[in-house]
Ligand binder design. Structure first.
Ligand code: S3P
Length: 449
């Protein structure tokens, strides 16, 4: 979503600070794991039952694309979702363009599968997604034998994919990106021979873990992962844990507030995702993991956070893949901490749903934060007093929710504009915030534009 189209209604949140969070909350299912459950279920043979799937817009987009490709996806009233897979061979040429909406994961992972299908597919997205770089998947898929065309020599969507017989490759990705890695692996599952991907730092490994649940255990050697081609995947029963990236907003609010405790139940704590927890601890917060267990190959725990007064911290490139989506929320924590925080090696944030480095610096700046974007990160001098202001998500879901958290610590009323995008990853966010921080009095308003 790249902002509401002219003539459409825009939704805003109106809330006021100061307000603290406390109690216990649950968050929706993990977005990355939900996409993979749908896609791998559709590539497998048999019925994959998925519990706790994220019912956000991005995942509904993946579901709609799979249906357009002839895959049967059934939703039952208790929220369980069944994907009736008959192998990728049963996918059929879509009659129209596949619209991935705002979802980079849908477009890039689907492109990987479609590269191995012997038909033509057209993939596009909204204004934001059409500005996001695609050469990172187009180059390896071409090297495997697929024909891929796109704007600017394959640089941007729409993409046209002429798939077919693929050969395995050993690909060295210049970026640590789970979307790139997964696109190549999903193509590799259909290729002749083995396919391996080496990345500069390990990105989230949900695809690799879930493949094991479907009966194919990828080989790992450092940051290289290898899959064999031509193996049949067998349907699995899956439970999706809560999304740490959605929990992040409440964890930051608790860590920067206090002295009360907040518990977020049933959150995925895969070590490739938990960078924010490490950083909040380094900043001085108490972060406890309770009832730790493994569900479907993914570690899960209840997270309990108590604020104790935060201090600024340095976050370098080696940590970025483990907290890539949490940087806007982390910036809010930094704005409330004693001293300076410097985040570097995060240039990837410039090619997310929006340029998140500029967006977070400018919007938090409107609230009084002393924050500047650098070429590849952020520099934040903490404890500049925050004041209520009119700010905008710019159509980016993680921006919308980070700004709402900042508003809890601002003096007076804040209006966060253009918040419909929060439904992408966290439908019901405002309701959960109202329960955990009742003093903020959050109200959703709709206005024509
Ligand atoms: C995702 C990977 C990350 C992340 C995105 C979801 C995934 O993107 O930012 O929100 O599900 O694979 P990159 O892999 O491009 O860094």
């Amino acid at each position: 979503m790249s902002g509401a189209p002219a003539g459409a209604a825009t939704r805003s949140w109106r809330l006021r600070g100061p307000a603290t969070v406390s109690g216990a909350v649950g968050v929706p299912g993990d977005k990355s794991i939900s996409h993979r459950a749908l896609l791998l279920g559709a590539m497998a043979h048999g019925t994959t039952a998925i519990h706790g799937l994220l019912q956000g817009e991005d995942c509904r987009t993946t579901m709609a694309a799979l249906r357009a490709l002839g895959v049967e996806v059934a939703e039952s009233p208790d929220g369980t979702l069944c994907v009736h897979g008959r192998g990728p061979e049963a996918w059929r040429e879509p009659e129209s363009v596949l619209d991935a909406g705002n979802s980079g994961t849908t477009l890039r992972l689907l492109a990987g599968v479609l590269a191995g299908r012997p038909f033509c597919s057209l993939l596009t997205g909204d204004g934001s997604l059409r500005r996001r770089p695609m050469r990172r998947i187009v180059d390896p898929l071409r090297a495997m034998g697929a024909t891929v065309l796109g704007r600017a020599q394959g640089g941007f969507p729409p993409l046209a994919i002429g798939g077919g017989r693929l050969g395995g490759i050993a690909w060295r990705s210049p970026v640590a990106s789970a979307q790139v890695k997964s696109a190549i692996l999903l193509a590799g599952l259909q290729a002749a021979g083995e396919t391996s991907v080496t990345e500069p730092l390990l990105s989230r490994d949900h695809t690799e873990r879930m493949l094991s649940a479907f009966g194919l255990v990828p080989r790992r050697d450092g940051t290289t992962v290898t899959v064999p081609g031509g193996r049949r995947l067998t349907a699995a029963a899956l439970t999706v844990p809560g999304d740490l990236s959605s929990a992040a907003f409440f964890l930051v609010a608790a860590a920067a507030g206090g002295p009360g405790e907040l518990c977020v139940r049933d959150v995925g704590v895969n070590p490739t995702r938990t960078g924010l927890l490490d950083v909040l601890e380094r900043m001085g917060a108490e972060v406890r993991r309770e009832r730790g267990r493994v569900v479907g190959g993914e570690p899960v725990a209840d997270l309990v956070v108590r604020g104790r007064g935060l201090r600024g911290v340095r976050v370098g490139a080696e940590l970025i893949p483990r907290l890539i989506d949490e940087v806007p929320a982390l910036a809010v924590a930094a704005a409330l901490a004693d001293g300076e925080t410097v985040i570097s090696g995060a240039a990837e944030l410039r090619v997310k749903e929006v340029d998140r480095l500029s967006a977070v610096a400018e919007e938090l700046g409107r609230m009084g934060a002393a924050i500047a974007a650098t070429e590849d990160g952020l520099c934040i001098r903490g404890r500049a007093p925050l004041r209520g202001a009119a700010v905008s998500s710019r159509g980016d879901h993680r921006m919308a929710m980070s700004l709402a958290v900042a508003a809890l610590f601002a003096d007076g009323e804040t209006v966060v504009r253009d918040v419909a995008c929060a439904d992408i990853s966290f439908p019901g966010f405002a309701r959960v915030l109202a329960e955990t921080a009742p003093a903020c009095g959050i109200r959703e308003e709709t206005a024509g534009v």
